[in-house]
Design a protein around this ligand. Structure first.
Ligand code: F0G
Length: 368
């Protein structure tokens, strides 16, 4: 092997998933941990970056689109990246109880990591607006669940007050350790591509993840690990798009319940990421989200949750703005299995039910 080839291999080195100790061990020098920090991990991170030709082809112009499939984390969403940090730091500080407000994924992740760390967790969720899989997870992981008659914004307001008043650690993305952990997804993308993408397309709810990615891209860029910075392209559901409309939404609505948020706490950070990266925020309708969700499932074999599909829906919406020969990464934040109701209601597949168990009958149904 030539020297330059070997050098390229070294520079684009990707950690080996078989010997993977989780993201804190892997990215220790980049994270606010010390020898004293007890590392609470479920071996999160190292999720695949998958090329999606069906999306590249819809854009044309020599575009290469990848998805960062973060739905393959231990509890099925990107929240695990932040939670391993938040829970490890809470444990280091001697905390015994954690709390979060959630549209579902944060609660699943907080519950799992709290249990792993021997802590109790309380989760406050909007009653009736959390996908079944996420609720099941929080219960199985042993959280105490409080479903309120109000939306996520109200729930967040309540947990902030509770954590000020009682000895409970708040593990929503206002906890700075969350974003520290989440920035590692940007590191992995740069390691996989050998550079930053031209665009990063990402769904936004409370706007923590876009802020975390921007931090990660900047840190690796300044360390000389990428040649440029990506444009940060953030997407919200049109019934729940405070960052696009420039004002809080009091009654956010969308099929993508994970991002049904009207008053994002990380608004300022996200707006800065947009400004500094020359990015763009846009909204996508529920039907555009479902269209992208179906394409990913049917043409790519990738099952993500509706909120995640907003990143691909957004890219397809603004495809005319894509410069020639671009490399684009869309973040798929959560696993499709989280929301089976949505999946059963929104697909174009044929589903025969109540069939007599006879070969002749079944073969006829199959068209033979
Ligand atoms: N995608 C999924 C699947 C999510 O669960 C969330 C947020 C987002 C995108 C948006 O990320 O808030 O950092 O902008 N879910 C939170 C929760 C609010 O409670 O699980 P963000």
């Amino acid at each position: 092997m030539s020297f330059s080839k070997k050098l390229k291999q070294l520079l684009t080195y990707t950690p080996d998933k078989n010997n993977w100790d989780g993201l804190i061990e892997t990215y220790k020098p980049w994270l606010p941990v010390s020898k004293k920090t007890p590392i609470i991990t479920l071996k999160e991170g190292a999720t695949p970056l998958i090329e999606v030709k069906s999306i590249s082809n819809r854009i044309g112009k020599g575009t290469t689109v990848y998805v960062k499939y973060d739905g393959l984390n231990p509890t099925g969403s990107f929240k695990d990246r932040g939670m391993t940090m938040a829970i490890s730091k809470a444990k280091e500080a001697g905390c015994e109880v954690v709390i979060c407000a959630s549209t579902g994924n944060t609660s699943a992740s907080a519950a799992a990591y709290a249990s792993k760390g021997g802590m109790k967790s309380f989760v406050i969720i909007p009653d009736g607006y959390v996908a079944q899989g996420k609720l099941a997870q929080a219960l199985v992981y042993g959280a105490e669940v409080l479903a309120i008659k109000g939306n996520f914004d109200k729930a967040l307001d309540i947990v902030r007050k509770l954590s000020e008043k009682y000895p409970i650690t708040l593990v929503n993305s206002v906890n700075p350790y969350r974003l520290q952990g989440q920035k590692t997804a940007a590191f992995e993308i740069i390691e996989n591509l050998g550079n930053a993408p031209d665009w990063l397309c990402i769904p936004m709810g409370n706007a923590g993840n876009i802020s975390a990615y921007w931090m990660g891209f900047q840190e690796f860029f300044h360390a000389g690990k990428s040649k440029h910075l990506p444009r940060m392209m953030g997407f919200q559901a049109s019934g729940s798009a405070p960052l696009v409309e420039g004002k809080s939404i009091s009654n956010p609505e969308t099929i993508a319940t994970a991002i049904r948020i009207g008053n994002p706490v990380n608004k300022e950070k996200a707006l800065l990421a947009k400004k500094e990266s020359n990015g763009k925020f846009s909204s996508v309708s529920d039907s555009e989200i479902i269209n992208a969700y179906k394409i990913l499932g049917k043409e790519e074999g990738i099952f993500c949750e509706p909120a995640s599909a907003a990143s691909v829906a957004g890219l397809l919406k603004i495809k005319d703005d894509v410069p020639k020969n671009s490399t684009i990464v869309c973040v798929l934040t959560g696993n499709g299995l989280k929301d089976p109701d949505c999946a059963i209601k929104n697909n174009d597949s044929i589903f025969h039910t109540g069939i007599e168990p006879e070969v002749s009958l079944i073969s006829k149904k199959m068209g033979f």
